[in-house]
Design a protein around this ligand. Sequence first.
Ligand SMILES: [Zn+2]
Ligand SMILES: [Zn+2]
Ligand SMILES: [Zn+2]
Length: 254
Amino acid sequence: MQITFLGTGTSSGVPVVGCDCSTCCSEDPRDRRWRPSVYLELADATRVLVDTSPDLREQALAFGITGVDTILFTHHHADHVMGLDDVRAFNHRQHGSIPCLGDASTLAALRRVFAYVWDPSVPKGGGVPRLHLLEVKGAFSLGCSRVVPVPIYHGQQPILGYRIDAFAYLTDCSAIPESSWLLLDGVEVLVLDALRHRPHPTHFTLTEAIEVAARVGARQTFFTHMCHDLPHAETCAALPAGVSLAYDGLVIDV
Ligand SMILES: [Zn+2]
Ligand SMILES: [Zn+2]
Ligand SMILES: [Zn+2]
């Protein structure tokens, strides 16, 4: 399986509009972070997009994404869904509808936020993405891979992370319920939310993410959803072995 990080920033992206801090002014391309998303090419070549960030169009152009077979949604927050309209480009290329999978509350939010997609009075054509919503109720197969939804907490809100074979993607996480730790047993490559140093009600801090990484014990752990408080090079230099910040465009093989 190949994983491409399409975006590794928090909801504002980095640089933050109007900010002149050292991270936002950095010349290091790894300090430019689009909104969070990953793209997976599974062992049997099935192409999976996890979340549709508001930067999806630029991400697809920058990283050569030309097709998507399935979209997995972690939750409905704007930084994870607002690029959904841009999947029209894939509809055109693939001549078909794209399945969108998420929990019931995420699908309900998609129906509300993108009401025009399902409004019978809207003329069909190039202006409307073709999607079908499928509720995730448990583990399922995608191509020849096994996908296990991993319930996590984003503040008070239960949302989904996903484990796909030996890879797990847990973004927007502030707590992992006891029953979900078992689902992470044997994960080799882990992606985890790490927003900043200061505590936040709905995201792990860097220190909390390091503790979770140690408990899961994956061969490699990558942090994502970082804000401008975490400059890439300086932050990575202080991380334990096997743990690093992801950056936009990073490609890894699992
Ligand atoms: Zn800044
Ligand atoms: Zn969120
Ligand atoms: Zn988010």
